[in-house]
Design a protein around this ligand. Structure first.
Ligand SMILES: [Ca+2]
Ligand SMILES: [Ca+2]
Length: 473
């Protein structure tokens, strides 16, 4: 069988077993391990596909569902922090807007990443938020068309900031950290809660024995334990907690020196990569029982966002002097620094190991799995969200707009006629088997459209995503 015939046979075989790839952006919401990874691929070279202005609204952390729909909380500081939930199509069209309100009709705001499941959207810790308010906060659940599903309003005074990111476990339980406003006096303590996602009823609440501050997290191990890394308050230092996720029973706690605003990252063995501890600019690996395995000093003043974890490597975004430190997860040894000198913030790693992150210098940067820089893109203002959607889409959100960057050559449209269909099969097979003949036969087309996994090579590894794309719509 010739090479072309064998590739074609592979395409046909894959078509028989075509599967769609999983959630677009599981971080915070459906990624209970907080790895900042996606089963989608991102753009190896990037062009602006669309921009959607939010007017005077600030858009928070974005989530993307398996259809490529973007879901994001938007709020208006100039209008008493009125908040809305937006749903935006893959092509940048605003599908619907739902107001965020508590049960007495007051406007709420929320910038946390929504959890998007097959039939619901959960928005964590929406708050009634005029300046200086210590009003109670709520979790809101919506149907996928924007209609309200339920509200959970525990009447707990809120913390100054609204940083909490809930997670949704496979059994339908939502876990959420609740921080309280210690500056309001009293003896309020932060807590973790478990909610039934079907109806918003409380399953348990565990209250911290310390007066520490809770921000992002928790994370859920495959051993059924929740882990929470807290931050200090004026009254108390920071702690790492291990809680039984089923019952809310505390299992152990470990003293941390400085704390963090970020959740730790879990690997397959439930080892944790802690942000900050023991000093702000460190990455520390502890096992599932909290025993330290190694620690790495980035030399920066702070580890500035949640770490990525992919293919046995830990990705550590750093503040001044900056960069993303890529570490061997087993040894803790440095492999390379991406973009030294830039104050790196949130990142996302795609299925091929490409890394996309933004920095406080208002630049989004992309590197491939081997540490080669792919591109950078200036943005108007600091970002909140960075997420991967379908077909190489990279979604960015900030105080003014939502931006979608896509590959210059649209994935799988190999004959470059503007659509993906059966007419792309022959040029795709030709692109893999005989690039020179492809260039002769399709001189106007960019062969990069055949690199469906965006790993920089055009080969048999691109067949599965090509067929998935071909058979999807
Ligand atoms: Ca086409
Ligand atoms: Ca490829």
């Amino acid at each position: 069988m010739s090479k072309r015939a064998s590739i074609l046979a592979g395409v046909l075989l894959s078509a028989l077993s075509a599967r769609s790839f999983g959630q677009g952006w599981p971080m915070r919401g459906a990624d209970v391990r907080n790895r900042c990874t996606s089963s989608n691929v991102g753009p190896r070279n990037a062009a602006v596909a669309w921009r959607l202005s939010t007017g005077f609204g600030r858009s928070g952390y974005v989530s993307v569902d398996s259809q490529g729909t973007v879901v994001v909380g938007v709020y208006y500081p100039s209008w008493m922090y009125r908040g809305e939930l937006w749903s935006v199509s893959r092509s940048g069209e605003l599908l619907w807007v739902s107001p965020l309100m508590d049960s007495v009709g007051r406007d709420l705001r929320c910038g946390a990443a929504p959890i998007v499941s097959a039939d619901a959207i959960y928005l964590g810790w929406a708050a009634y938020d005029p300046a200086g308010s210590v009003e109670a906060v709520a979790m809101l659940a919506f149907r996928r068309d924007g209609r309200e599903l339920w509200k959970y309003e525990p009447q707990i005074p809120k913390e100054n900031g609204v940083h909490q990111f809930p997670i949704l476990a496979h059994d339908g339980t939502i876990y959420q950290a609740l921080s309280t406003k210690w500056t309001a006096g009293g003896d309020e303590h932060s807590s973790l809660i478990a909610l039934n996602s079907a109806n918003g009823t409380l399953m348990w609440r565990w209250v911290s024995p310390h007066r520490d501050t809770f921000y992002a997290g928790p994370v859920l191990g495959s051993n059924g334990n929740l882990y929470y890394q807290s931050d200090p308050s004026p009254f108390e230092q920071a702690w790492l907690y291990c809680i039984d996720a089923t019952t809310g029973t505390p299992l152990w706690e470990k003293y941390l020196n400085p704390g963090t605003h970020e959740a730790p990252t879990l690997d397959d063995e439930d080892n944790l990569y802690l942000v900050g501890y023991p000093y702000d600019g460190w990455c520390t690996k502890v096992d599932a029982d909290g025993n330290e395995l190694w620690r790495y000093n980035t030399g920066s003043n702070v580890t500035a966002a949640s770490f990525g974890y992919s293919n046995g490597k830990v990705y550590v975004p750093c503040g001044d002097p900056g960069g993303v430190h890529v570490l061997n997860a087993v040894t803790g040894q440095l492999i390379r620094v991406l973009e030294p000198g830039r104050y790196a913030k949130s990142l996302v790693i795609d299925a091929s190991g490409n890394v996309f992150f933004w920095s406080t210098e208002h630049i989004v940067t992309a590197y491939d799995a081997h540490g080669t820089k792919l591109w950078e893109f200036p943005i108007f203002a600091g970002l909140h969200g960075i997420a991967l959607g379908r077909d190489g889409d990279l979604i960015l959100s900030n105080n003014y707009e939502i931006v979608c960057l896509s590959p210059v050559a649209p994935i799988a449209d190999v004959n470059c006629d503007g659509s993906v269909n059966g007419f792309d099969v022959d040029p795709f097979v030709l692109a893999i088997s005989d690039p020179e003949r492809f260039a002769e036969a399709y001189p106007a087309c960019d062969i990069e459209a055949a690199d469906t996994n965006q790993d920089g090579s055009i080969d048999g590894h691109d067949i599965e995503r090509f067929v998935t794309r071909l058979t999807r719509d």
